[in-house]
Ligand binder design. Structure first.
Ligand SMILES: Cc1cc2nc3c(=O)[nH]c(=O)nc-3n(C[C@H](O)[C@H](O)[C@H](O)COP(=O)(O)OP(=O)(O)OC[C@H]3O[C@@H](n4cnc5c(N)ncnc54)[C@H](O)[C@@H]3O)c2cc1C
Ligand SMILES: *[C@@H]1O[C@H](CO)[C@@H](O)[C@H](O)[C@H]1NC(C)=O
Ligand SMILES: *[C@@H]1O[C@H](CO)[C@@H](O)[C@H](O)[C@H]1NC(C)=O
Length: 407
């Protein structure tokens, strides 16, 4: 053995010892929730040398609202589907993971042809030039709103709803009101924010930092491994996995529903539904606003009122993706046909549609998105009722109209 290797060995040994001591001396952190936030938080802590972690997840899987589900023989995304904000000045950190590392199948969504694809309530398409003019008008109102937004005090004290801004610039007391204008409005705002312009903050969404920073493009992920594989990938950076990629690290505990968090200057105690008790120096809670607004997790003592008020200030928005499969295709496909709108006289009634010629070829599946009040209503009814509603509108007309063409 040369002296050099001995020295190297001694250094390595003392480093190992140091790492051991650092881990033991570092804080123990419990993370509630193993969705994108919780798993990312664990990675950040781990990268910073804080490795004494415990992640408690209520369900039997990681990923949370990034989740695939088998539907009619294909895996579709029931939660997040798009990488939002690509091709801009800064790199969206998710994008290289999706497009380079994991190479998840993805497709840029092109909304430029929407004007050709707006259906009347009783079937048939609206005139493209007419729709384009209404889109241009809505875009110019939004541009004025963006300028206004830039002048508002950064504290948010002057913030207003998008609808208030629209009233200011389009002089209609109720905002967009015709079926076409409502469907364009729905596409521009509700389809992105899951809530109507009446309750959506101007300052926080126009412009939307995601698009401002990372670019205007959005890419639809349609990969049989699921968009959730991004979360598994991040988890695999610091949690032990077996050969098949399954997370086997004891620091991740699944099926642990956190019900109580007691905290004091000396640390935290976390209790789960199955009466397990965990102690730590800190806890990070990544459960959704919806969970925090319910009394599912009891904080002892109660959270300070400024925090409670902040939690109650916001709505847990509801965004429902309804996939429908047909025995055969009766809708148009080809360039510019992917996205279509149904211009109902009832705002947000099965308004936004997508076909999957490229993503799921031959599957004959369509996606219709509903949000907010329509979501709450539809989620209460049977699937059969929903199917019947879907087939009453333009789709029935489209199906009837296309049938003779096929014969
Ligand atoms: C239908 C839908 C479509 C979407 N589309 C997009 C999109 O296209 N692009 C995009 O960027 N974003 C989209 N989003 C938003 C995106 O999915 C979320 O912002 C993101 O996944 C949230 O991650 P999170 O970790 O903050 O929360 P979650 O994913 O909700 O993770 C929280 C985790 O905590 C767990 N948990 C909750 N309560 C407890 C408890 N008491 N004890 C233990 N664990 C608990 C939950 O089970 C969950 O796993 C969409 C969301 C939905 C619902
Ligand atoms: C995604 O990756 C592909 C293949 O490497 C590449 O050709 C393409 O330019 C990438 N897309 C973007 C928007 O970066
Ligand atoms: C839904 O409709 C199908 C076909 O019409 C029928 O077989 C099924 O029983 C219905 N389901 C419910 C829950 O009503």
């Amino acid at each position: 053995m040369t002296p050099y290797t001995v020295i190297a060995l001694v250094v390595a040994l003392s480093l190992a010892q140091y790492a051991f001591l650092a881990a033991a001396a570092g804080p123990r952190v419990i993370i509630v929730g193993a969705g994108m936030s919780g798993i990312s938080a664990g990675k950040r802590l781990s990268d910073a040398g804080i490795t004494d972690l415990l992640i408690l997840e209520a369900t039997d899987h990681v990923g949370g609202r990034m989740h695939k589900q088998n539907f009619a023989g294909i895996n579709v995304e029931v939660g997040a589907n798009w990488v939002e904000g690509v091709n801009g000045g800064k790199m969206n950190p998710i994008w290289p993971i999706v497009n380079s590392t994991l190479k998840l199948r993805n497709f840029r969504s092109d909304f430029d042809y929407l004007a050709q694809n707006v259906y009347k309530e009783d079937g048939g398409l609206y005139d493209e030039d007419y729709v384009q003019k209404r889109i241009d008008l809505a875009d110019s109102v939004e541009e004025s709103g963006e300028k206004l937004s830039g002048t508002l005090h950064t504290s948010g004290r002057d913030d207003m709803s998008i609808l208030a801004m629209q009233r200011l610039y389009d002089h209609q007391p109720n905002g967009p009101a015709t079926p076409v204008d409502m469907s364009v409005d729905y596409y521009k705002y509700d389809y992105e924010f899951a809530e109507p312009p009446r309750v959506t903050s101007l300052q926080n969404t126009v412009p939307l930092p995601t698009f401002n920073d990372f670019g205007d493009d959005v890419y639809f992920v349609a990969d049989q491994r699921g968009y959730e594989s991004v979360v598994y990938y991040l988890a695999g950076q610091y949690l032990k996995t077996d050969k098949s990629g399954k997370i086997v690290d004891p620091r991740l505990k699944l099926n642990k529903v956190v019900r109580e968090i007691s905290y004091s200057p000396s640390g935290v105690t976390v209790k789960t539904e199955d009466n397990s008790v965990y102690r730590a120096d800190y806890v990070m809670v990544s459960a959704s606003l919806g969970v925090l607004q319910s009394d599912l997790i009891q904080f002892k003592p109660q959270l300070p009122s400024w925090k409670v008020v902040a939690i109650y200030q916001f709505d847990m928005a509801v965004y429902t993706k309804i996939f429908v499969k047909f025995p055969k295709r009766f809708w148009p496909e080809g360039k510019g046909r992917e996205f279509f709108l149904y211009a109902s006289s009832r705002r947000g009634y099965y308004a936004a549609w997508q076909e999957f010629e490229k993503q799921y070829p031959g599957a004959n599946v369509l996606l219709v998105t509903v949000t907010d009040e329509e979501s709450r209503r539809i989620e209460q009814q049977s699937d059969n009722q929903t199917k019947a509603e879907i087939m009453e509108g333009h789709l029935l007309q489209l199906a009837n109209w296309c049938e003779p063409l096929r014969v």
